[in-house]
Design a binder for this molecule. Structure first.
Ligand code: FAD
Length: 493
């Protein structure tokens, strides 16, 4: 009998997991989605200019290659359309429960099953797969007076489309990836845009290109070309970008590329100085955009670098004075280090995940947590990337979880051993030592105590290798103990 699986979230991760289950003939799953549609990130981020910064031929499922991308880096509507198409094509819709937030998940030891709670009640499942993403809860800054602002204000991931920005004074707080995408579009229509920057980011050009009808036809008719293009994009990210983040041969080249980009696009040396980061390239998320700097040089756009003191009813006050505004856009990122929060997750022995993770979230392979049997995470701790496609990581994780299902079916609930977790922690720390994220910068990759809880510190080829199949000796099984056959145990999914 197939296990019953609760999947939390219907973004790239949740859909990937469901498709893998469908393809294995397992239909005993439910996707709980708190939002009104599928798509996760790509349903929520509808700000003008929203798009990916990994080419979509790579930022899409390997098993569902799509030849119709209209450009190299398509916008949000097209990526959302792709995910909706996947949900339809693989017949996932009947098992997706929209507008249904999971508020708690508790492992019932007497039943060896999870009690999954939503506002409409509690249901039992054998397995819980979290696919809640790392960037799904907007983070608003804590600036005095925010609620007193007389105009409209909203977060970039909750864009208020009822606000026409034409001819208005817009304050954008933040200058990261979302800000860089939306500022050029807003500046085209607004009377004035004030961009409030706390820390400059490294910016490299986005080599976007339109795929015309001919290119699309070629990709459609000659699928090997599309496969080759995808593979080339992947290899480039691994061989040229990853070493820069590991402080190796391409770090200097990447820095030079970013500095050349800045010099080429911003002529004013004073503005250039304020846009030049004082930390190594890659320490914070690199902004990939060719329109951001030109937008900052428009006569109706100002880069404000004085610290914000408060928000007043009339606008944003910095140490240098008041910047009047009609609309404030908070492009201030996401609550990235809470992972499954605010879901109350309780495992064996009444252990609460929030307590286990109070020093920082961690999971074996980013997927499994000791004392939480049959709980698997997609895009969990230390699986975010600064250089390649998250979809690649999600596919590795979904494949690994599929590999776990036969074990738990035969041997009972499986839970990663604390010793395996400890060994994992040590190897992760060793790998992390070489990465640029530890350098003196703040970033969403780190928790409050400065530990990098979000990023994966090795090539993704390594991640693919170690997640290819579960190692049963790393797990404790609640049923008959597994016999270690030196890794030769043959289990098929
Ligand atoms: P999400 O897409 O965040 O989906 C999580 C889903 O879980 C959401 O639908 C949410 O509503 C739901 N959910 C959360 N909590 C609950 C709950 N308690 N109950 C029920 N449902 C719940 N990555 C790249 O690799 N390349 C890029 O170019 C790129 N660009 C990005 C641009 C933006 C603006 C943002 C915000 C992120 C970008 N990312 C990019 C990262 C992106 O988040 C991931 O690539 C990917 O979309 C993650 O998918 P996911 O399914 O894991 O999470």
């Amino acid at each position: 009998m197939s296990p019953t699986v609760a999947i939390i979230g219907a973004g790239f991760g949740g859909l990937c997991m469901a498709i893998r289950l469908e393809r294995a003939g397992i239909r005993s799953y439910t996707i709980f989605e708190k939002g009104p549609g599928v798509g996760g990130t790509w349903r929520d981020n509808t700000y003008p200019g929203a798009g990916c910064d990994i080419p979509s031929h790579l930022y899409s499922f390997s098993f569902e290659r799509y030849s119709s991308w209209s450009r190299r880096y398509p916008g949000q509507p097209e990526i959302l359309g792709y995910l909706e198409m996947c949900a339809n094509k693989y017949g996932l819709r009947p098992r997706i429960r929209l507008n249904t937030e999971v508020t708690a998940a508790t492992f019932d030891e007497s039943l060896s099953r999870w009690r999954v709670r939503t506002p409409s009640g509690e249901e039992l499942f054998d397995v819980v797969v979290s696919a809640v993403g790392q960037l799904n809860r907007p983070r608003l800054p804590d600036i005095p007076g925010m609620s007193a602002f007389a105009g409209a204000s909203f977060h970039s991931a909750r864009w208020d489309h009822s606000q026409d920005l034409t001819g208005r004074r817009v304050a954008v707080i933040g200058s990261g990836s979302s800000a860089a995408q939306l500022i050029p579009r807003v500046a085209e229509v607004a009377e004035r845009v004030d961009v409030f920057q706390r820390t400059p980011n490294w910016v490299i050009p986005k080599p976007d290109a339109v795929f015309g009808e001919t290119a699309r036809k070629v990709f459609r008719r000659l699928p090997f070309l599309q496969r080759g293009y995808r593979e080339w994009t992947y290899r480039y990210a691994e061989t040229a970008l990853y070493p820069a983040l590991a402080g190796r041969w391409s770090a200097g080249l990447l820095r030079k590329r970013a500095l050349d980009h800045l010099r080429g696009q911003v002529r004013d040396p004073e503005l250039r100085a304020r846009l030049t980061p004082g930390y190594p390239v890659g320490c914070r998320r690199i902004v990939i955009d060719s329109d951001f700097y030109p937008a900052l040089t428009r006569p109706n756009v100002d880069l404000v670098t004085e610290p914000i003191v408060r928000i007043t009813p009339a606008g944003v006050e910095t140490t240098a004075g008041l910047h009047g505004a009609d609309v404030i856009v908070y492009a201030t990122g996401f609550q990235t280090t809470g992972f499954l929060a605010p879901i109350e997750v309780t495992g064996r022995g009444g252990r609460r995940l929030s307590e286990e993770w109070k020093e920082g979230a961690e999971a074996y392979l980013g997927i499994a947590v000791p004392y939480f049997p049959n709980l698997f995470l997609l895009y969990g701790p230390n699986t975010n990337l600064g250089h390649n496609s998250i979809v690649f990581m999600l596919e590795c994780q979904a494949g690994y979880i599929m590999g776990c299902l036969p074990y738990l079916a035969r041997r009972g609930p499986m839970e990663v051993r604390p010793e395996a977790m400890e060994a994992w922690r040590r190897s992760l720390e060793r790998a992390m030592d070489t990465m640029v994220w530890g350098a003196g910068c703040t970033s969403w990759y780190k928790n409050a105590s400065g530990r990098v809880t979000n990023n994966w510190p090795a090539p993704t080829t390594v991640y693919r290798r170690i997640t290819r199949a579960p190692r049963p000796t790393a797990f404790r099984f609640a049923g008959r103990p597994v016999r270690d056959s030196g890794g030769g145990l043959s289990v098929t999914s």
